[in-house]
Design a protein around this ligand. Structure first.
Ligand SMILES: Nc1ncnc2c1ncn2[C@@H]1O[C@H](COP(=O)(O)OP(=O)(O)OP(=O)(O)O)[C@@H](O)[C@H]1O
Ligand SMILES: [Mg+2]
Length: 317
């Protein structure tokens, strides 16, 4: 089966910014795909290109098998979107907002009734369906916006930073709902986020973009694996600068540094920690505790983004 999204050299320039530069990705059906990147990386531009709301300056993309340049109407009909503005009416209730969009999507009255009840019940908002949205919390409004994106049972939805501006509790609640809905509705989700732990929890596949260019693509676990070796924190006494220098010279060690009371060591590739520990003990270090862990997606992200900052010519204004 063809991938649900395929881009080939997709690019978009504005007057003096290359917002997206030669993006080549394929998103398979049925997954939550995370599109990650710092501010200004080109995430929203990519969603607008994929929805055919913006013309590429080079390259092309197919979404649901349709060309974004010539078949944007079909794409927008068969997909749902939650963009930066939710497009909800504050004076209308949740039910009336959804009913309005149901009509836009030409659902029958009966279909609208059943579908709205199903979604609002799922999101725990059915009891409050007749209250005007104006008085609701941001988290609740975002849930209605998600319901709106899913209303016409699209095969694909785009969510542009759905949890931005929500407190941790509201974010977690929306995240849980998204995970459940993605599974029960069998919808493919294209999600942008700044929250790396969110991506780690929700996404089967992620892309990291920086300055319009693809910096990494893969399953979160795969990307964590690519980010060098294991990180080890060693607590104890007897550390000094000479020891750090000696550690850095060892074949197993990619980097070592002294942090307050502990030593932090990043191993190279698949290097073992045991010889490093033996060396430390041999040097008279009294080891009290060793904490070992793989890099998180956040570590990978920061590594890639910090890399790019070194090559940045001028800061984004
Ligand atoms: N309509 C436009 N006109 C001119 N420049 C634009 C336009 N839209 C986006 N850009 C520029 O393109 C780049 C990418 O913007 P985009 O909004 O896609 O980033 P983003 O990854 O969504 O960022 P954020 O995380 O802040 O939402 C930025 O440098 C931005 O200033
Ligand atoms: Mg954006």
């Amino acid at each position: 089966m063809e991938s649900i999204i395929v881009t080939q050299g997709l690019s978009r320039a504005f007057a003096n910014t290359q917002a997206l530069d030669d993006l080549n990705i394929e998103v398979p059906r049925g997954i939550v795909f995370g599109f990650l990147g710092p501010n200004g990386a080109g995430k929203t531009t990519t969603i607008r290109l994929l929805l055919g709301l913006l013309e590429p300056t080079a390259g092309s993309a197919r979404v649901l098998g349709f060309d974004t340049r010539t078949q944007a109407d079909a794409i927008r009909e068969k997909s749902g979107a939650l963009l930066e503005h939710t497009g909800l009416y504050e004076r209308l209730s949740a039910q009336d907002n959804l009913d309005f969009y149901g009509q836009v999507f030409r659902l029958s009255e009966r279909e609208r009734k059943l579908r709205i009840q199903e979604l609002l019940e799922h999101l725990g908002l059915w009891e409050r369906r007749t209250e005007p949205l104006g008085s609701w919390s941001r988290g609740m409004k975002q849930k209605v916006a998600v319901a709106r994106a899913l209303l016409h049972r699209p095969a694909l939805i785009f969510l542009d930073e759905p949890t931005a501006g929500l407190d941790p509790v509201a974010s977690a609640s929306l995240r849980d709902d998204l995970a459940q809905l993605a599974a029960s509705e069998k919808v493919t989700v294209f999600l942008t986020t700044h929250n790396l732990s969110e991506a780690e929890k929700l996404c089967g596949l992620v892309a990291i973009v920086r300055k319009g260019r693809l910096a990494a693509f893969g399953a979160p676990a795969e990307l964590r694996g690519q980010s060098g070796g294991e990180r080890v924190e060693i607590f104890g006494s007897g550390f000094d600068a000479g020891l750090v220098t000696a550690l850095c010279a060892r074949a197993e060690v990619a980097s070592a540094s002294l942090r307050n009371a502990h030593l932090e060591v990043e191993l190279r590739g698949k290097a073992e920690f045991a010889p490093v520990l033996a060396y430390l003990v041999g040097q008279g270090v009294a080891v009290e505790e060793v904490r070992r862990g793989k890099a998180s997606l956040e570590d990978v992200f920061l590594e890639l983004v910090e890399d790019s900052n070194e090559k940045t010519d001028s800061p984004q204004g």
